[in-house]
Ligand binder design. Structure first.
Ligand code: AMP
Ligand code: MG
Length: 526
């Protein structure tokens, strides 16, 4: 294996001088050195061929003993010094103190084609930050993380990536639903890949301890490596940094809302400073279009992280980041202005995005009010009866703006409804009314039906990793069959392509998955 190793995080930032792997509070340091745990009997289950090339490896490298050993944690490459990061965070709205990489171990950073990639194992054993937990991960959550990271990338959503998925050969005890029924599950390790895994929480931990010196060191490091476009100095530099993080976060959330992704645990330790989707845990995909939906049973009561709340939770998290960076800026006006801009900016970008989802591509500024109304009434109508988000928007591309009645056009959308029998009376009238306004609006668009359809199919995916699809891959893998993992991986590489031979995955959630654990109910236990 020929990797161009170029470590910076563990070379340029302050290290914890204690090299013992004991759980503790770590102060005045960005990380602690710690080696991955030796897996009992590692087995490579799946590899992202794209990530192999991205990090500068050859496809045959995945067949080697070194590959299996390094990416399962059995071997530490010469010239590398693995470590776990120190960070804190607000969990479900409350400051939780030091958290850190409790089960993630950063192996190294590599450079390839002018890109920097940090490689990190998740599930390879305890670290000084493991608190009371075991540092391990189970197969089901590792499959979910591996597949979804790659799927999100191909949906054009900013995300961390995943190189590989290994079984460790060890057993891990988990109480999946936190209901007292703990059981052994297969242990697994995923190798995650991103330019960096720094989170809001890496900054928060220093600010919470009044350690402005290290806060500044970390901010300088982050700006130098990941925000090279920031040329200002002094306080201006940190304000520019905050604004850039805000913009990237906002951008990411607009994408989540576009594809119907619900993260599930948007704690500040789970928000990447690079605006990447990170930490795939009890996430889920919106099936019936419902702003109140959350996949995370741990959050079922307050639904803090429900689909429709993601934009405002991101803002809440950005407020925390603003407080964190304040000691480096010491003036609140710029921070406040940026935070205040978020709402209007978000709403502008959200509307622009939603307009593309319904195929309005012309710049018709004078129709802004009318378009907002059309979108609002669509959101309301979608909520009248269970309507599959992905299928609805994808089929909407087939609407014909002339020559077809509203009824005939509406028929095109029928497959998106979970209860077709509910499409009568007031619900039907509401849909007809929306369809008529929509057809009138489409008439003023310059694109032909075919052109519009083509553009819409680049924003409305045909295939997403529906919750039940991941579960099918998990159930098969539990039985030693890893075919579905590869099948879904290949399918989700081209989520916007028709792939007619794979159309069985372009279907509503089956009824058996409606209330099934793993499909509609997920907990943080992973
Ligand atoms: P999460 O909400 O899953 O992002 O995790 C919150 C914190 O708990 C992070 O510091 C994780 O590293 C840590 N954590 C989660 N699961 C484990 C585990 N099995 N062992 C050790 N630490 C964990
Ligand atoms: Mg996390």
């Amino acid at each position: 294996m020929n990797l161009k190793i170029k470590d910076t995080f563990n070379k340029e930032l302050p290290a914890d001088p204690n090299r013992n792997n004991t759980r503790r509070q770590v102060e005045e340091a960005c990380f602690s050195f710690v080696a991955p745990r030796l897996p009992g009997n590692p087995q490579l289950l799946h590899v992202s061929d794209e990530m192999i090339s991205n990090i500068g490896l050859q496809q045959d490298d995945k067949e080697t003993k070194d590959f299996l050993e390094v990416f399962s944690g059995a071997q530490v490459l010469d010239g590398t010094d693995p470590y776990a990061m120190c960070y804190g965070g607000h969990q479900f709205g409350h400051w939780a103190g030091q958290l850190g990489d409790g089960r993630a171990i950063n192996l190294m950073e590599v450079e390839h084609q002018d890109k920097r990639w940090a490689l990190q194992l998740k599930g390879s054993g305890a670290t000084p930050y493991s608190r009371t937990a075991d540092g391990l991960a189970v197969l089901r959550s590792s499959i979910r993380e591996h597949l979804c990271s790659e799927a999100m990338f191909h949906l054009n959503v900013p995300t961390t990536r995943s190189l590989s998925l290994c079984l460790t050969g060890d057993e891990v005890m988990r109480d999946m639903l936190y209901d007292g029924n703990a059981a052994y599950e297969k242990g697994a390790v995923v190798c995650r890949v991103a330019p960096s895994f720094i989170r809001f929480g890496n900054f928060q931990i220093f600010a919470s301890r009044g350690d402005t010196a290290n806060l500044k060191i970390l901010a300088d490091y982050t700006i130098k490596h990941f925000f090279p476009e920031i040329k200002s100095t002094g306080k201006e530099k940190y304000l520019a940094f905050f604004k850039a993080v805000l913009d990237r976060t906002l951008e990411m959330i607009v994408h989540w809302q576009r594809v119907g992704f619900v993260h599930g645990v948007m704690n500040t330790d789970n928000l990447s400073i690079l605006g990447l989707t990170i930490d795939y845990g009890p996430y889920g995909w919106l099936e019936p279009y419902d702003h109140d939906w959350t996949p995370n049973t741990t959050d079922a009561q307050n639904r803090r992280y429900r689909f429709g709340n993601q934009p405002s939770v991101a803002l809440w998290n950005l407020y925390q980041l603003a407080n964190t960076l304040f000691p480096l800026i010491e003036e609140k006006d710029g921070l406040e202005a940026a935070l205040e801009g978020y709402k209007s900016n978000f709403s502008k970008k959200y509307t622009e995005m939603m307009k593309t989802k319904i195929g309005l591509f012309d710049l018709n500024e004078h129709m802004a009010a009318e378009d907002a109304k059309l979108l609002q009434s669509l959101e309301e109508t979608l909520g009248l009866t269970e309507t599959d988000m992905t299928i609805f928007f994808r089929l909407l591309g087939n609407i014909e703006k002339t020559g077809m009645s509203p009824e005939a056009n509406f028929n095109i959308l029928k497959d998106a409804f979970y209860k077709p029998e509910a499409l009568e009376g007031e619900v039907f009238i509401a849909w007809m009314s929306w369809m008529k306004s929509y057809l009138t609006r489409l008439a003023s668009e310059s694109l032909t039906d075919a052109e519009r359809k083509e553009k819409m199919s680049l924003v409305n995916p045909k295939y997403v990793l529906r919750n039940y699809m991941a579960q099918l891959a998990i159930d098969a893998a539990d039985q030693g069959d890893y075919q579905i993992i590869e099948e879904l991986y290949q399918l989700l590489k081209k989520p916007y392509a028709e792939q007619p031979e794979k159309a069985k995955w372009f279907a509503k959630r089956p009824e058996w998955a409606r209330d099934k654990v793993g499909c509609s109910m997920l907990s943080c236990s992973s």
